[in-house]
Design a protein around this ligand. Structure first.
Ligand SMILES: Cc1cc2nc3c(=O)[nH]c(=O)nc-3n(C[C@H](O)[C@H](O)[C@H](O)COP(=O)(O)O)c2cc1C
Length: 234
C-alpha cells in the first residue's frame, strides 16, 4: 500500500534510516542551567499555587536511570494504563485529548513477571490487559538507553499511533498530532506513576522494527515509551 506523507516523515527519524544518531552514554542533566535555579524564588512561587497537591507530584517526578528489579501488581499497571489512555465517557472522550476525537493510539506493555518479560496489549475500551502469546528476551533490545538497564525496571509501555487513519483527515500534519498525543499519554502515565510512588523514564529513541516484531504490531507506528519501576536509591 502507498505510504502517507506522515508515514514517510516517521521513517526519516527511524532507527532503520537514522541508526542510533548519537552515543546515548550519559543521558543525564548535562545542559541544565543549574546556576539559574533559585530555591527561595521557587518557594515564593509555590506560595501562590492554588493546587499544591498537583505541583507536589510534578516536583517528585524525575527520570530514573537505576531501577531495582521489582515486580508491579497488575492493578498498578492497569491504573497507569487507564490514566494514560482509556475511554472515559460515552461521548467518546478519552483520558487524553485526541485530534478530532479519533481513537488511533495503542499501548503495548513489556511486563516483568517472575524474572521473565511478557508482552501485553492494553484494551483501552474494555480496560483489560491482554496477554500476547509471546515472551520478550530482553527489553534493552527495544530502545536506546545505554545509561539505563531497562531489564531492571518493572514495565515498559510502548505508545503507538495509526498514522494511516490519522493522515486521512490531517494529511502530513498527522505525524505531528500523533507525537503530541503520545506526549499527552506519557505525561499522564508518569504523573500517575509518581503519585503511586513509582519512578519512570521516557524514551523517544526506539528500535521500531524490533518493537513491531516483538509485539506483533500491524498498523501502528511506535512513537514513545515509558519505563516504570522502583528507583534503586529509594
Ligand atoms: C522526548 C524525550 C525523549 C527522550 N528519549 C530518551 C532516550 O531515548 N533515552 C534515554 O535514556 N532518555 C531519554 N529521555 C529522558 C531524558 O534524557 C530525561 O528526561 C532527562 O535526563 C531529564 O531528566 P529529568 O526528567 O529527571 O528532569 C527522553 C526524554 C524526552 C522528554
Amino acid at each position: 500500500m502507498r505510504k502517507t506523507t506522515a508515514e514517510k516523515i516517521y521513517e526519516l527519524g527511524s532507527y532503520r534510516v537514522l541508526g542510533s544518531a548519537t552515543q546515548y552514554v550519559a543521558d543525564m542533566h548535562l545542559y541544565l542551567p543549574s546556576a539559574k535555579f533559585n530555591n527561595h524564588k521557587l518557594f515564593q512561587a509555590k506560595q501562590a499555587l492554588e493546587s499544591p497537591a498537583f505541583f507536589q507530584v510534578l516536583e517528585s517526578r524525575h527520570s530514573c536511570h537505576k531501577f531495582c528489579s521489582e515486580e508491579l501488581s497488575l492493578n498498578k499497571i492497569r491504573s497507569l494504563l487507564l490514566c494514560g489512555y482509556g475511554l472515559k465517557s460515552r461521548h467518546g472522550s478519552f483520558t487524553v485529548p485526541l485530534a478530532g476525537g479519533l481513537d488511533v493510539m495503542q499501548l503495548k506493555v513489556a511486563l516483568r513477571e517472575r524474572g521473565r518479560w511478557g508482552a501485553y496489549d492494553w484494551d483501552h475500551v474494555g480496560y483489560r490487559l491482554n496477554k500476547i502469546n509471546r515472551m520478550l528476551s530482553d527489553p534493552n533490545k527495544l530502545f536506546f538507553a545505554r545509561s539505563t538497564d531497562i531489564s531492571l525496571s518493572s514495565a515498559a509501555i510502548v505508545i503507538s499511533a495509526n498514522l494511516g487513519v490519522l493522515a486521512k483527515r490531517y494529511t502530513a500534519r498527522a505525524y505531528k498530532f500523533a507525537c503530541i498525543q503520545a506526549g499527552h499519554i506519557a505525561q499522564n502515565i508518569i504523573l500517575e506513576a509518581t503519585s503511586l510512588g513509582l519512578s519512570s523514564l521516557v524514551l523517544g529513541s526506539l528500535k521500531e522494527e524490533e518493537i513491531i516484531n516483538s509485539f506483533g504490531i500491524i498498523s501502528e507506528k511506535p512513537l514513545y515509551a515509558v519505563v516504570i519501576g522502583k528507583n534503586l536509591k529509594e
